[in-house]
Design a protein around this ligand. Sequence first.
Ligand SMILES: Nc1ncnc2c1ncn2[C@@H]1O[C@H](COP(=O)(O)OP(=O)(O)OP(=O)(O)O)[C@@H](O)[C@H]1O
Ligand SMILES: [Mg+2]
Length: 254
Amino acid sequence: MKSLLEISHLTVQVGTRFLLDGVSFQVPEWKITALVGGSGSGKTTIASSILGLLPSPLEITRGEVIFENKNLLLLDQEQMRLMRGGVIAMVFQEPLWAFDPLMTIGQQMDEVLAAHTDDNPKDRRHKIFASLSKVQLPSTMDIFNRYPHQLSGGQRQRAMIAQALVTNPKVIIADEPTSNLDVTLQAKIMDLFRQFRKEGMTQLLISHDLGMVAHLADEVIILKEGRVVESGPVSLVMKQPKQKYTQALMSLVP
Ligand SMILES: Nc1ncnc2c1ncn2[C@@H]1O[C@H](COP(=O)(O)OP(=O)(O)OP(=O)(O)O)[C@@H](O)[C@H]1O
Ligand SMILES: [Mg+2]
């Protein structure tokens, strides 16, 4: 099992307080790896660290994020910008962070494609509509021309997934991607993630929904207070958890 992303000893501090303390795990190629842990355990901090989006005063004080033999933490801002959204795409926990409120959904997706591909405007439009329909949004000019605030919460979340997909990234990092969706849409998005896996996309899925993780993920990493408690194949970790914390989490799965 080849890993596409390798996080080692990742440590994030605010002053002397440790938000992540020596976090190490691998994200294997073509699989869905779930990152699970209670609120405040550091899941979003890990995602932000990988993508070079850690807000100050949070600081990476140790560790490496290796992607295709490169330590992403050593890239400069321009190199990281090219990586982000093109090769590694992010679905944010809070959709409003992902969008510029002053640009329409279509304009922003077009901008992402223009920055990361050589496609002409017609091809870009085609890809945008294909991406919108993949997430079950109407692939119409109506959605294309709407501003982020003119979509419902669930539509915005799906638009964000569409935007992440539009460049056909190698890795997608999704932070609670279905938290604003009703059960039917949640199931559809889960199907979509399964489809991405078939298409050869590698996924890091952040979720507190263990039911979803059990159904969807191949590998799981259990995080508690900024440290990895346990990790391994979902079938093993969820059925025979070794650690007390994981056992307690599993007892909550309906
Ligand atoms: N800007 C900040 N300054 C200080 N502490 C912060 C900051 N941002 C996050 N933290 C702290 O870092 C810790 C990890 O936060 P993080 O957002 O990564 O958790 P999470 O696992 O994503 O939680 P949730 O499930 O609620 O989204 C928390 O204790 C949080 O309070
Ligand atoms: Mg979070």
